[in-house]
Design a protein around this ligand. Sequence first.
Ligand SMILES: [Zn+2]
Length: 200
Amino acid sequence: MGKGWQLILRLSLGVILTLLLSWLGLGQAWGTFPIIRSQVNYYGITGKTASALRQQMNQLGPLAENGRRFDAYTKWHVAWRYRYGSLGGSCRMTSLTVHTDITYTMPQWQNLQQAPRSLQQQWQRYYQALQLHEDGHGNHGRSATQEIWQRLSNLTQPTCTSMSQIANQAAQGIINRYAQKDIDYDRQTGHGRTQGAVFP
Ligand SMILES: [Zn+2]
């Protein structure tokens, strides 16, 4: 048996093993979907007036990559890992994992109970709008993840020569496109102002 056949045989066994493992519900070399983890980090603010809260957010709000300070900020990061091989006359992925981390940074008004009811209500409205805005950024990260997953899992090439270069360029291109969507979204919404994220 030639070398090529051995490779195909090994890959076929790999596929069979993966199918068997996923059928058994055990660990998967080929994940069945991307893994997206999201977490919210809070920074505390205190105050009993709108202007005190505004001042606190201006001082303590998260710094964006461009050095500007915001009331809230969302960061997403996509990582991918794969193996590929010749299968049925073309090069394709034999295993794939895509992991994404989405981190939201939000303000947390710590002495809200001590403030007048009307200010509390104003804050709730603002906070919901801020959350809506940040979710928009988070959704860009989610969509980028799904697209990368689709693109890489369906990627085929005649040979494996430039497979990794093509795969990485494709994934990076998707990331760049969604990073641009983040920029456009902030421009269109005035960083959430048109969505109601204005305080006071
Ligand atoms: Zn934004």
